[in-house]
Design a binder for this molecule. Structure first.
Ligand code: FAD
Length: 316
């Protein structure tokens, strides 16, 4: 089987993490070609090789160019040449943009938001619909298509070190579609581990009462060396920035421990955290849906329970 994986470079000059997750999943399935958009370099090629790329086709998009239109055209040209059985990309902003354009250029269908892939007698793609309440398994009819894989669907694990063959492609001319440029980048200042990567996440919801009480979430997370997360309710209320939102329209997290403080457990929130190793919930309503996914639950007032928890941790 021949597979073509589109991976974009992040602001830090590394391959997007979801790209490495996809490579880990598919590397034993045949020839794995990577179309890599970004500056690249020896360190990047070594990383892609260790995660399973046999050939890397480098699309040298300049840093100050919004390059998804050109990247999509380059991947389409590559697909015409390689005729891969499947094209994959991460469900990131760039991955989605490229997949949509690629579908329009090549006529291949897109299956979006994949949470699993199986390769028994063809490719079967699993995705979640209706806020994660239903799982749908789909296969392509006709020409194999494009799959957009959700971040954290698979673990990223490097295999043996190996050096892929690297070739550099011309960045295609795409007219006005390629004329948008990046005029500035803003990196949000953050302390502690990143939400998507943290082993422990402490998240807060509307049950905290007001914006100032998010401090309880921050203090508990700091004691545990974890990251802080939030529900959409408190993001929409302006208590915390969108970057902290966990759920269907926020981030998907898979920490070892997820602690939910004053969170009801709406399906749109659960879909972003239900695969955490151990879920601990504190909510004053014993009927709150969060308890249906919790491994440990405390029915109680966050303003009474959490300060005691912090006190106990601080005195250790
Ligand atoms: P609430 O539902 O108001 O729950 C507050 C909880 O706190 C209650 O269970 C209450 O019993 C408890 N509580 C109150 N006081 C205390 C106290 N003193 N101590 C302990 N517990 C207390 N939501 C997300 O989170 N992420 C998403 O990505 C997301 N995407 C969405 C997409 C769409 C299209 C839609 C329609 C909705 C989306 N939502 C999302 C919103 C979601 O449906 C819920 O409205 C939201 O998750 C509720 O947030 P909450 O649990 O903080 O608030």
């Amino acid at each position: 089987m021949s597979l073509l994986v589109f991976i974009e470079e992040t602001n830090t000059g590394a391959p997007a993490q979801v790209g490495l997750e996809i490579l880990t999943k598919v590397r034993d399935r045949g020839d794995v070609h990577v179309a890599y958009a970004g500056t690249g370099g020896d360190e990047v090629w070594a990383t892609l090789g260790a995660f399973g790329a046999s050939e890397v086709h480098h699309i040298p998009i300049a840093e100050d160019v919004l390059g998804t239109a050109a990247a999509a055209k380059a991947v389409a040209d590559l697909a015409a040449q390689l005729s891969p059985d499947l094209i994959l990309a991460g469900a990131t902003y760039d991955g989605r943009d490229v997949a949509g354009r690629l579908s329009a250029i090549t006529g291949r269908s897109v299956l979006a938001n994949a949470t699993d892939l199986s390769f028994d007698g063809g490719v079967t793609v699993t995705n979640e619909v209706f806020g994660g309440t239903k799982m749908v398994r789909s296969t392509f009819t006709g020409d194999a298509g494009i799959v957009l894989v959700r971040p954290k669907a698979f673990a990223a694990e490097a295999g043996e070190a190996s050096t892929p063959t690297v070739s550099t492609l011309e960045v295609p001319e795409v007219g006005h579609a390629g004329s948008a440029s990046i005029t500035g980048r803003h990196v949000e200042a953050a302390e502690g581990p990143k939400l998507e990567e943290a082993a422990i996440v402490v998240a807060g919801g509307r049950g905290l009462g007001d914006a100032e009480k998010f401090e309880l979430v921050e203090r508990l997370a700091s004691q545990l060396g974890g990251a802080t997360g939030a529900t959409r309710a408190i993001v929409d209320a302006g208590w915390v920035p969108y970057a902290k939102q966990v759920g269907q329209t926020g981030k998907t997290v898979k920490p070892d421990i997820y602690i939910a403080l004053g969170i009801s457990g709406a399906m749109q929130h659960l879909v972003g955290m239900k695969d955490a190793g151990t879920i601990i919930a504190i909510n004053k309503d014993e009927e709150a849906p969060i308890f249906s996914v919790a491994d440990l639950g405390i029915v109680g007032d966050v303003h009474q329970v959490v300060p005691k928890l912090i006190e106990a941790l601080e005195s250790r």
